[in-house]
Write a protein that binds this ligand. Structure first.
Ligand SMILES: *Cc1c(COP(=O)(O)O)cnc(C)c1O
Length: 385
């Protein structure tokens, strides 16, 4: 796998995400793929889409993959295909991307954000239980940073109350809990291939995965204006479709990238281990669990997120050392988008977003860059605490 230290910037410049390198690392291969795909006229729903759907289904162990324009539309179609009732409530973690709430809204439902659990920073099953009302139809956890929430407990709650279970697993391709892949716990899950995602392509792309034949068939039709497999919109069709297709040229690059995805994840996990080893001695930091620290989990480290009361000054210091960081989702839980009508106060989530930050984490980082991130964080705590 290519590890590029660009000569102009050197390893002491570690952008949060190196966008050009996403392409440059395998430029020759991508040029061949573009050339082959475009020369064949294969732009819309051609063989590469089908190939990618088959390869991904096999990779995660699911019956159906439907390639879609992006993960947000995948959730929207998943909700509509699941007959979300008008005004039905869908419980989501406030610690999640507003995309999940937006999909619920556009599908005609009500987004009900709840607290995270302080043990894994993911949706708290007890908070879910407490939020159930007669109008609740579904629970949609968000598998953040490449780690799966307590799906075993959530499935119990869903069974007990007769609720549907969906997953915003946009950040968790290849992650698992107890051997079950993210995306496969409930009726359906979604993945995003946005460029900076673990399996990123050169634009927007996504997929819905499901073991349910009927959901797969409906979403397949919905993504292409209601057309059947022969691409015909039958006059008697009772499905309102839209356009949410995965572009063939993206699918072709994803087929290729999936062939070395396991290596890319191994690289992320190796970096996470190094971060963990270096930072666990710093008492002011809260860290995600190290890879292999719990055999039930396989985490893919879409991000490396840490929490500290020193968040803002640490970020400033890292910036001065050339290390890019971000605060995920602008530091706002879903319920903090008050302009959208949310009224809840969720103190644990709000505290989390005051203390959390992401440091560079992706397979493009060189060992030297990882060293520089580590040295910079360690130096901060030496100098300022
Ligand atoms: C990236 C992301 C999405 C949105 O994915 P798109 O493909 O950009 O629509 C949704 N949820 C989470 C948790 C994400 O990280």
């Amino acid at each position: 796998m290519g590890q590029i230290d660009s000569a102009s910037s050197g390893y002491k410049h570690v952008p949060f995400f190196d966008w050009p390198s996403l392409y440059l690392e395998h430029r020759d291969e991508y040029l061949k793929i573009f050339d082959r795909t475009a020369s064949s006229g294969g732009f819309i729903l051609r063989g590469d889409v089908e190939q990618f759907e088959q390869d991904l289904a096999q990779f995660i162990g699911v019956r159906h993959v439907v390639g879609l324009a992006d993960a947000t539309n995948a959730m929207l179609l998943g909700l509509r295909a699941s007959d979300l009732k008008p005004g039905a409530e869908v419980i989501v973690p406030s610690h999640g991307f507003i995309a999940a709430g937006q999909a619920v809204h556009f599908a005609g439902g009500i987004t009900v954000p709840v607290e995270l659990s302080e043990s894994d920073w993911l949706i708290d099953p007890d908070a879910v239980r407490a939020a159930i009302t007669p109008r609740t139809q579904a629970i949609m956890p968000v598998q953040i940073n490449g780690r799966v929430a307590r799906m075993d407990l959530l499935a119990e709650i869903a069974d007990e109350y007769g609720l549907q279970l969906f997953e915003d697993s946009a950040q968790a391709l290849g992650a698992s809990l107890d051997g079950i892949s993210a995306g496969c716990f409930g009726k359906w899950g979604v993945f995003s291939f946005y460029p900076s995602k673990t399996l990123g392509c050169f634009g927007d792309a996504g997929a819905l995965v499901t073991n349910d034949d009927e959901i797969a068939e409906r979403v397949r039709r919905m993504r292409n204006h209601g057309a059947n497999q022969q691409r015909v919109i039958e006059p008697g069709s009772h499905i309102w479709g839209t356009n949410a297709r995965l572009d063939n040229i993206h699918a072709a690059t994803l087929v290729y990238k999936l062939t070395w995805y396991t290596d890319a994840i191994a690289r992320r996990r190796a970096i996470a281990s190094r971060y963990h080893e270096a930072f666990r001695k710093l008492p002011s930091l809260s860290l995600p669990p190290a890879p292999n620290s719990d055999s039930r989990y396989f985490d893919v480290f879409q991000n490396y997120e840490l929490c500290t009361n020193d968040r803002d000054s640490l970020r400033k210091y890292l910036e001065s050392r050339g290390v890019g960081t971000i605060v995920q989702w602008g530091g706002l839980g879903m319920h903090q988008h008050i302009g959208l009508g949310f009224e809840a106060t969720l103190p644990k989530t709000e505290r989390f977003f005051r203390r959390s930050m992401l440091i560079p984490m992706n397979h493009l980082l060189s060992d030297k860059q990882v060293d520089h991130v580590i040295d910079s964080v360690v130096d901060y705590f030496k100098e300022y605490t």
